[in-house]
Design a protein around this ligand. Structure first.
Ligand code: NAI
Length: 306
């Protein structure tokens, strides 16, 4: 199989490394900067003998080289600077993502699309519109990352192995995300049995602010290692038809009482893309959180089209 990654910046190039070194697929890295994706691809090719895999990595500035991809990941666009919200990127990234989506689908009409560019939920919606794809074949990555951050903070607080912590974050990728604390467990034990309410609330706040915390520390762009890992898990579940249940930004058709909007919900990911959307029985507060989050995505979609 072949995975195209549009945008060979920090998230895109790290994702290329993950996909190739996990031996999931050949990779085409595309960017507008001449020479840059070609250089990265050569660098990754030269690591193959050491990492012991035989995947091809191609760098290009031309969409014709992406043809026949099973998956297209869009990471092209600007990242945040300190003090910026993801919404500040709206108009610039909207143009980039719509153009990328149209070009990519023209060469890979059967591909499944994963959008990573921020503001995530809006960009996924615009890419859905631009490609005309059915909703099972286009989705955004955010929930897997936000959940991994929540899990990390729980693990750090309790001093346990991060892999033993399971949590899910729904909603939009931003301050209005909806971490589902009551479903979070350490190997099946609810964290509500292990931590007091105030501590859980502090970890939830840190999760909401997880992206900005890194932007502030780095001062030059945002996170990319964990975002690339999170995206590679979605790629893997699709390519290997694993049917993992992951929080994914999906176009909703009435689930959770929401329509014609993209928001993070639990989805089963397999070889056809989104195999199903799981409708959880949310508490009133969680459901309200999801609706507030959806409303803000809707407003941003409108603003992006003004
Ligand atoms: P970056 O600046 O390192 O890379 C972006 C790349 O896109 C650059 O190489 C740039 O040349 C390229 N690009 C710009 N316009 C293009 C076009 N028209 N066609 C092809 N390539 C184009 O940024 P980074 O850190 O890799 O982040 C990429 C995006 O992903 C940002 O919008 C960022 O906010 C977002 N992001 C989203 C996350 C999520 O959870 N959904 C997590 C981390 C980042």
């Amino acid at each position: 199989p072949r995975v195209t990654i549009v945008g060979a910046g920090r998230v895109g190039s790290t994702l290329a490394q993950r996909v190739a070194e996990k031996n999931l697929a050949d990779v085409v890295l595309l960017d507008i900067i001449a020479g840059m994706p070609q250089g990265l691809a050569l660098d990754l090719m030269e690591a193959r003998g050491i990492e012991i895999h035989n995947r091809q990595i191609i760098g290009t500035n031309n969409y014709a080289d992406t043809s026949g991809s099973q998956i297209v990941v869009i990471t092209a666009g600007l990242p945040r600077k300190p003090g910026m919200s993801r919404d500040d990127l709206l108009k610039t990234n909207a143009k980039i993502v719509v153009e990328a989506a149209k070009n990519a689908i023209a060469h890979s009409p059967n591909a499944i699309f994963i959008v990573v560019t921020n503001p995530l939920d809006v960009m996924t919606y615009l890419a859905w519109q631009a490609t005309g794809l059915p909703r099972d074949r286009i989705m955004g990555m955010a929930g897997v990352l936000d959940s991994a951050r929540f899990e990390t903070f729980i693990a750090l607080e309790l001093g346990v192995l991060p892999a033993d912590v399971k949590a899910m974050v729904l909603g939009s990728h931003g301050d209005l995300m909806v971490p589902l604390s009551r479903y979070a467990t350490v190997n099946g034990i609810p964290i509500t049995e292990l931590l007091d309410v105030a501590t859980i609330e502090r970890l939830v706040e840190r999760t909401r602010n997880g992206g900005a915390e890194i932007v502030e520390l780095m001062q030059t762009g945002g996170a990319f290692f964990a975002p690339a890992s999170a995206t590679s898990v979605m790629v893997e579940s699709i390519l290997l038809n694993q049917s993992r249940l992951l929080p994914v930004a999906a176009y909703l058709e009435g689930e959770y009482g929401l329509k014609d909007v993209v928001i993070g919900v639990p989805c089963r990911l397999g070889c056809s893309g989104i195999e199903s959307v799981l409708e959880l029985n949310l508490s009133d507060r969680e459901r309200e959180g999801l609706h507030i989050s959806a409303e803000s995505v809707r407003k941003s979609i409108e603003r992006s089209q003004e």
